[in-house]
Design a protein around this ligand. Structure first.
Ligand code: C2E
Ligand code: MG
Ligand code: MG
Ligand code: MG
Length: 284
């Protein structure tokens, strides 16, 4: 208590210093209390089937309320929350909230949740199981997105946990493919169902023809490996039609829809064209 009060005062002390340092410490203080003060919120971004444009589901994206009616983006606070060791608790909240929301939707749409590496050090399988049990959401509707940063630490333990999660019926998604090392060996070694190609790849599309060739190759490779493939960051009609022609199964991006609060997502579902047969429904 005394320690945390001491840190809170530091924020005041640092006003006028290097702006970045100040923001960082302000964020640390906000993050320490964010779960208690209910400052976190999930927004939901739609994913559409490329071929039919039908709504398949949403990705849950974490937001931190800034106290002035705005939001702080996860790119700014997740790394700090990780340093502080808070991501397992935050991640548990995200899983519970996302599953509860999806269980209330009038259609059996999927919900994707991003995981941080630290969550694999705690008992992730139990946390996921309990989020499903508490919400009543069918495991087949939950997707867990992970990035390659996860595999650097303890690949064997991660692989074991992914297999246990898949045994529950949950799907596992490789996120941000095309950034970092994007090693193909991860795709062999881990039981992925889906590959999300990072939006930076589609942003480069207009720059040269070879980018298009590579993106077509990634789609073909995914097909060969029996992975569904998602095009992220689709903002323009040109990107959309390219992704469709290149064989991408699903599209996500501002052109389809921006991340939106829970109530807006509900309205979106009520007016959207929802796929009558969902792609994973016939899977075990
Ligand atoms: P991500 O999982 O790759 O999520 C996609 C990000 O791209 C989101 O940013 C989304 O708003 C943004 N995006 C989607 N379509 C477009 C587009 O057409 N154009 C542009 N310019 N951007 C688009 P956001 O919400 O800021 O999230 C950033 C990252 O933070 C996420 O990347 C994810 O890695 C992480 N994140 C978000 N929520 C959570 C969470 O609950 N837990 C953890 N551990 N990480 C999270
Ligand atoms: Mg993601
Ligand atoms: Mg992504
Ligand atoms: Mg990304």
């Amino acid at each position: 208590r005394a320690k945390s009060a001491g840190r809170d005062q530091m924020v005041v002390f640092e006003v006028g210093m290097d702006g970045e340092l100040k923001t960082r410490n302000t964020l640390r203080v906000m993050l320490r209390h964010a779960l208690e003060t209910e400052a976190f919120e999930l927004h939901y971004q739609p994913l559409h089937e490329a071929e039919t444009n039908a709504l398949l589901g949403f990705e849950a994206l974490l937001r931190l309320q800034d106290g002035e009616g705005g939001y702080i983006s996860p790119g700014k606070f997740i790394p700090i929350a990780e340093e502080m060791g808070l991501t397992p608790r935050i991640g548990q909240w995200v899983l519970n909230e996302a599953c509860r929301t999806a269980a209330n939707w009038p259609q059996k749409l999927s919900i994707a949740v991003n995981l941080s590496p630290q969550q694999f050090r705690e008992d992730l399988v139990t946390v996921v199981e309990s989020a499903l049990a508490l919400s009543g959401l069918a495991a087949e509707r939950l997707e867990l997105e992970i990035t390659e940063s996860l595999f650097i630490a303890e690949p064997q333990s991660v692989a074991d946990q992914l297999h246990r999660l898949k045994a529950l019926g949950v799907r596992v998604v490789m996120d941000d493919f095309g950034t970092g090392y994007s090693s193909l060996s991860y795709l062999w070694k881990f039981p992925f169902d889906k590959l999300k190609v990072d939006r930076s790849c589609f942003m480069s599309l207009a720059e040269s023809e070879s980018v298009g060739e590579v993106l077509r190759t990634i789609s073909a490779m995914s097909g060969a490996m029996n992975l569904r493939v998602v095009a992220e960051g689709i903002e323009t009609e040109m990107q959309r039609s390219f992704a469709c022609q290149a064989g991408y199964d699903e599209l996500q991006g501002f052109l389809c829809g921006r991340p939106m609060p829970r109530e807006a997502a509900m309205q979106y579902i009520l007016t959207a064209n929802v796929a009558s047969e969902r792609p994973h429904e016939d899977l075990p």
